[in-house]
Design a protein around this ligand. Structure first.
Ligand code: FAD
Length: 320
């Protein structure tokens, strides 16, 4: 049998969270003995078979239909359900994301599958199929038992390291007859509001807090973010005070981020801020107060004055 993985593409590349999902499926297949098939929709990206194979795929089902390049939810759900039957899968794995959530919800109905999102570990198969998920913005875990034959697992970002040792996965090109209702909603074009790296998708985020004293000092954050190719964020008071736009506000009541690296400058680390950033792979904190709560959860910390530390850090990164 197969485990099927639904992947997402963005600007000619496969999203890293999708490669994590492929590697999760490979690890699961290592326990269940299933092979890992990836369903790839629309245009393939350069080196797709190598990339997916390295991450753990044993095969790729490429559904070539240009209309699938845009993430039309109904169409994606229809195709994935057909491929799910074709490869005789019982489990679908995908990355937790807004598109993934929408597709997974429809597939749960179509496939009569138990769906668990925010999965943070491989299932325990000793008594049924019990999988751990993260709840309350990462503050707690719950073990959920799936009783349906078909299962859908949406994997939380930064949980599964991407494998890099597999061999290229053979690609089978298929055409699927899609009913016109599958395209009843049509994306006619997309345009980015800014040329900047978008916060929710950023791999690196540099955020500034109230300790920076005012908007006139934001050049520090901008220079560091530019040097690192990072998106810019801020704490809630900073946006409440109007120093930065609200869309940069990170936390429980703002944007939730899950980058590989979150760099917090002059942010205390209040629980409401951490709720939006604790899915980051690494957290680095710069704060002049050694007792700042952020240090308790950070992977690395610099106790120092941001006005002294940040310019030096920026120069050092530029010199790399
Ligand atoms: P402060 O708490 O003022 O901390 C500033 C930090 O900067 C201090 O640790 C200080 O030591 C350090 N500092 C000062 N000067 C320097 C310097 N020169 N160099 C280095 N360090 C320096 N907050 C969020 O961020 N996001 C949310 O989504 C959010 N939602 C909330 C929801 C609710 C219902 C409530 C009640 C609060 C929420 N908050 C949220 C607010 C949160 O509780 C904190 O008040 C806020 O996160 C604090 O922001 P801050 O760390 O930037 O400021």
């Amino acid at each position: 049998m197969s485990i099927l993985v639904y992947i997402e593409k963005d600007q000619g590349r496969i999203k890293n969270s999708s490669l994590e999902a492929v590697s999760y499926a490979a690890a699961l297949g290592g326990i269940t003995g299933d092979n890992v098939q990836v369903v790839s929709l629309g245009e393939s990206v350069e080196g797709e078979s190598e990339l997916l194979g390295k991450a753990g795929a044993t095969g790729v089902v490429q559904v070539t239909d240009d209309r699938l390049n845009a993430g039309v939810i109904q169409a994606h759900a229809e195709v994935v359900s057909q491929v799910f039957d074709k490869v005789k899968a019982k489990t679908l794995v995908l990355a937790k994301s807004s598109l993934g959530d929408a597709v997974a919800a429809r597939l749960a109905v179509k496939l009569e599958a138990g769906l668990v999102t925010n999965v943070v570990g491989l299932p325990d198969l000793t008594e049924g199929f019990v999988v751990r998920r993260s709840i309350f913005t990462g503050k707690a875990f719950v073990d959920t038992s799936i009783h349906t034959e078909n299962k859908i697992l949406a994997i939380k970002k930064n949980v599964q390291p991407v494998k890099t040792d597999g061999s290229p996965a053979p690609v089978e090109k298929v055409t699927i007859d899609l009913p016109s209702e599958a395209f009843s909603a049509k994306i006619t074009g997309t345009e980015k509001a800014t040329g900047e790296v978008l916060l929710p998708e950023a791999d690196i985020v540099v955020s500034g807090g109230r300790g920076l004293n005012g908007p006139e000092n934001w050049g520090l954050i901008e220079d560091l973010a530019d040097a690192m190719g990072a998106a810019k964020g801020c704490s809630k008071p900073v946006s409440d005070l109007g120093w930065r736009p609200h869309h940069e506000h990170v936390g429980q009541t703002g944007v939730k981020v899950a980058p590989s690296l979150y760099l917090a400058v002059a942010i205390s680390g209040a629980i409401q801020h951490l709720a939006g950033v604790n899915a980051s792979r690494y957290m680095v904190v710069i704060n002049k107060d050694p007792e700042a709560p952020f240090f308790k959860v950070a992977d690395y910390g610099i106790v120092g004055d941001a006005f002294d530390v940040v310019p030096k850090l920026t120069e050092a990164i530029k010199a790399l």
